[in-house]
Design a protein around this ligand. Structure first.
Ligand code: G4P
Length: 193
């Protein structure tokens, strides 16, 4: 998506060869116009699928997921990174290891909001090694829900997430695919997915 690639170049910064900072548009301050354009692009891609729910992971996935859910007119569920004390009903959980942050957390989602008949669009801000996506997929499998597609704002194509998800049979739609970040330069993959 040209608009996102331009925003990454103009307003993002390279932390190191593996980590991109986009706090001014996605991860801290949110650019609502860009976010809406990204959600529109995602929904356009999935318009012929009968999506019944949009699922994401707190925190940065919530903004794009909510805008997608509004456009698709379906509920949005965000999976939590710790089990809330108010959760009384059955919860599905999955252990996730973040290589970027070198930490583990337990992802959880209530059985009240994830159902067997759900056709889920999974949305997240970044795709690196895919650990967060696989955690979310594990929870959705426990709920017997179907994952129709996985929409990502920024994919770091030099890491293994995309390949691992496709190998498992999932459709991955990324708005910007970064091939490499070296010497202060961001190179995007060719547009074909
Ligand atoms: P993975 O799920 O694809 O394996 O990625 P990983 O565990 O390594 O990523 C952990 C967290 O770091 C996630 O956010 C992910 O979105 C974020 N992340 C990964 N690579 C980058 C990057 O290059 N830049 C930025 N800004 N973030 C990256 P999180 O901990 O869930 O954060 P949040 O959603 O609460 O903001």
């Amino acid at each position: 998506m040209k608009l996102l690639e331009e925003a990454i170049i103009e307003r993002g910064s390279i932390v190191n060869d593996e980590v991109l900072k986009v706090d001014s548009i996605i991860n801290h301050q949110i650019d609502p116009i860009l976010m809406e354009a990204m959600a529109n692009d995602i929904c356009d891609h999935y318009k012929d699928k009968k999506i019944t729910k949009v699922v994401t992971i707190e925190a940065s996935g919530i903004a794009p997921a909510l805008l997608c859910a509004m456009k698709l007119q379906v509920p949005m569920v965000f999976l939590k990174k710790s089990k809330p004390s108010t959760l009384q009903e059955k919860a599905y959980t999955a252990q996730v290891h973040s290589f970027t942050k070198n930490s583990d957390y337990t992802l959880s989602g209530s059985s009240s909001y994830l159902h067997e008949q759900d056709q889920v669009l999974l949305v997240d801000d970044f795709l690196a090694n895919g650990e967060a996506c696989f955690g979310a997929i594990s929870i959705l499998k426990q709920a017997k829900a179907d994952v129709v597609g996985i929409a990502i704002l920024i994919e770091k194509a030099f890491q293994k997430g995309h390949e691992r998800l496709v190998q498992e049979g999932y459709e991955v739609y990324s708005l910007a695919r970064i091939k490499k970040m070296e010497a202060g330069t961001i190179t995007f993959c060719d547009n074909e997915m």
